[in-house]
Design a protein around this ligand. Structure first.
Ligand code: ADP
Ligand code: ZN
Length: 213
């Protein structure tokens, strides 16, 4: 299954991508993760991306398109993949089509802006393995420590309140038009994000199942 996961920042794409990856045994390719990895590694790519990300803006299309091209061509993605956070603009979606990448489903997780803002304030991530948590909704077993690898959790710089509002604005202006793009192609499925992660996961799995029959 070749899947695109969409949704506003903080809608829970990353969390659901992990669940789908485990269930379907396909890798999640997160452009946000890859870019953050490049920033920690201090590469040229990371230096370029950082200023955009810290401002809540999209990293230029040619950069992310290059990243995705590289990953989708890898062996790991042979039996399917989950694109988490890509495409995020019409030119990116067009580029994916032009590359001849076949997409089976585009799943959009819908969450109101007001809920997003509240959620982001509690978000914590593992700088080592990328796992995500929330102080209220998905707390780690030990406060501020990653369940998976024991690393201390951090608040992402772009989770600061003013950046969150910029990211939401960017989402509505540049990414949301993709829903119409993929609806036209008969690929769009939507799921309303629930308060509990497992409730959203159940809806996500149901939506994916329907698609496959
Ligand atoms: P979220 O979905 O919560 O905003 P991500 O980790 O997906 O978090 O993305 C973080 C940031 O990385 C974005 O705000 C943007 O600056 C950059 N980014 C990620 N994916 C893309 C993309 N496909 N195109 C452009 N910028 C991207
Ligand atoms: Zn970790």
């Amino acid at each position: 299954m070749n899947l695109i996961l969409m949704g506003a920042p903080g809608a829970g794409k990353g969390t659901q991508a992990e669940k789908i990856a485990a269930q379907y045994q396909i890798p999640a390719v997160s452009t946000g993760e890859i870019l953050r990895g490049a920033i920690s590694a201090g590469t040229e790519l990371g230096k370029t991306a950082k200023s955009y990300m810290d401002a809540g803006q999209l990293v230029p299309d040619d950069i992310v398109i290059g990243i995705v091209k590289e990953h989708l061509g890898s062996d790991a993605c042979r039996n399917g993949f989950i694109l988490d956070g890509f495409p995020r603009s019409i030119p990116q979606a067009q580029a994916l089509e032009d590359l001849g990448v076949k997409i089976d489903v585009v799943l959009s997780i819908e969450v109101d802006d007001s809920i997003i803002v509240e959620r982001m304030s509690g978000r914590r991530v593992c700088p080592s393995c990328g796992a995500s948590y929330h102080t209220a909704y998905i707390p780690p077993k030990t406060a501020d420590i990653c369940d998976k690898c024991g690393t201390g959790l951090i608040i992402r710089k772009d989770d600061k309140p003013e950046t969150v509002l910029n990211r939401l604005h960017t989402y509505h202006a540049q990414t949301e038009p993709l829903k119409a793009f993929y609806a036209e192609r008969g690929l769009l499925r939507t799921v309303v994000g629930q308060e509990k992660v497992e409730d959203t996961t159940a809806l996500v799995f149901a939506a994916l199942q329907t698609e496959r029959t």
